[in-house]
Design a protein around this ligand. Structure first.
Ligand code: ATP
Ligand code: MG
Length: 222
């Protein structure tokens, strides 16, 4: 599903944030990604979700080398990846409902079907009354819920979530973990970055530990 070959990333020349990362993430797996603040988790996830290109190395997604894709090939691949960005990246000129429905809008789904799915997700995230609200006035946790709803609305085969429960209260965080778990059981491959060691302990998933530019995979407890 995801293969990285000696991926490196430097924002400033000579200073590598990621160093020669080689990884294989099988289809249908669920991995946590952890590591200290500033270790490069978001950087790695941005590369995997095709929001950024590595400085060196190669990346294959869905069995295809995507390292140097042309601009015209990117949108189709990106549609297969649901991404929850650490800073949400909601579009401020659109309403909450429009943000959530965007992945379906861009593939030309009929508006009534988009509305039905958006309503269902709004209900599920407990934000039905925010339908027409613009993201700017939402709290951090509300923005996060909208970002998660947008990432899952088109059932992507790959879900990349960067601290998706970082701003949620424990009850909501648990609810969303169940959502991620059930998506994974239905076949979605998930990479989930978190600092929350208690959360990680509660699930039997392998952990990618990012430190000093290197990733070490720690197997889940049997
Ligand atoms: N656009 C950028 N330009 C220059 N440096 C950057 C840029 N983005 C991130 N960095 C630096 O790269 C390093 C890794 O950042 P990144 O955001 O990937 O870390 P992280 O592991 O996600 O941290 P956190 O746990 O705080 O979210 C940090 O030192 C950061 O300051
Ligand atoms: Mg980060």
């Amino acid at each position: 599903m995801i293969t990285c070959y000696n991926l490196s990333l430097e924002y400033t020349p000579g200073h590598k944030v990621l160093r020669d990362i080689s990884l294989k993430i099988p289809q249908g797996s669920f991995h946590f990604l952890t590591g200290p603040s500033g270790a490069g988790k978001s950087t790695l996830l941005n590369i995997l979700s095709l929001a950024m290109q590595p400085t060196q190395g190669r990346l294959a997604l869905f069995g295809k080398d995507v390292t140097y894709l042309g601009r015209e090939e990117l949108p189709e691949l990106r549609r297969k990846i649901g991404t929850v960005f650490q800073d949400y990246k909601l579009l401020n000129h659109l309403t909450v409902a429009e943000n959530i429905g965007l992945p379906l809008k861009v593939i030309g789904e009929p508006q009534h079907e988009i509305n039905d799915k958006v309503d269902e997700l709004l209900e599920w995230i407990g934000m039905r009354q925010y339908h027409r609200v613009k993201p700017a006035t939402l709290s951090g946790g509300e923005k996060q819920r909208v970002a998660i709803a947008r990432a899952v609305i088109n059932n992507p085969p790959l879900l990349i979530a960067d601290e998706p429960s970082g701003n949620l209260d424990p009850r909501l965080a648990k609810r969303f973990m169940y959502l991620f778990e059930s998506l994974n059981k239905m076949g979605t491959t998930i990479i989930f970055a978190t600092h929350d060691t208690e959360l990680i302990k509660g699930f039997n998933h392998p952990v990618l530990d990012l430190k000093e530019g290197h990733v070490r995979e720690v197997k889940a407890a049997a």
